[in-house]
Design a protein around this ligand. Sequence first.
Ligand SMILES: CC(C)(COP(=O)(O)OP(=O)(O)OC[C@H]1O[C@@H](n2cnc3c(N)ncnc32)[C@H](O)[C@@H]1OP(=O)(O)O)[C@@H](O)C(=O)NCCC(=O)NCCS
Length: 174
Amino acid sequence: MVTTIRRVKIKDAAALAVIGKSTFYDTFTGTCTEEDMQQFLEDYFNIGQVNQELADENDFFFFAEIDGVPAGYVRMKEDYSQFPLMEQWKALELKRIYVDKKFHGKGIAQLLISFVESFARENQYEVVWLGVWEHNLRAKRFYEKSGFEDSGHTHNFPIGNTPQTDNWLWKFLI
Ligand SMILES: CC(C)(COP(=O)(O)OP(=O)(O)OC[C@H]1O[C@@H](n2cnc3c(N)ncnc32)[C@H](O)[C@@H]1OP(=O)(O)O)[C@@H](O)C(=O)NCCC(=O)NCCS
């Protein structure tokens, strides 16, 4: 099994939309109404939206591929809009890390998070931060073992009309 990490290109938009939708669905199905879920998938993973994000050279999407097929992806961006407290540092938001459920517990997520940290260090970021749903215990454990800590700050992340609360976690690199 050969796993490679590479930047997602515009021509990969359809593949990104597919893995983006399926992994979001698998993660959050049952935590909101099906109607809210379908609307969220349409709003955030329609091909126009995905193309627009990929066209932004400061919006960093990377696939982890196994034998050339996407098994997971990350999205990173320097974006302080949701958490202005971070403006005091050069801070990278890990906006998404999603691995196909077939590959949970198989080390793909570790490869991706190590890549994120290397990317952040190479680009002189002082801290990486992210939001995680308060009840996403698997992800929280994964982040904990990857060295992330709870910042003590939270944020509303509704899926449609379903309110959800995210914890902001961070990992300082300085
Ligand atoms: C989050 C994610 C990237 C982590 O990757 P992974 O391969 O599952 O991670 P690992 O298996 O290395 O680590 C998960 C840890 O959670 C533990 N765990 C699993 N289910 C758990 C639960 N219900 N409660 C607490 N811990 C749990 C595992 O035992 C493991 O810890 P351990 O190594 O100490 O035994 C992956 O699960 C994923 O893509 N999930 C769906 C998308 C998602 O939630 N993304 C994060 C959004 S913020």
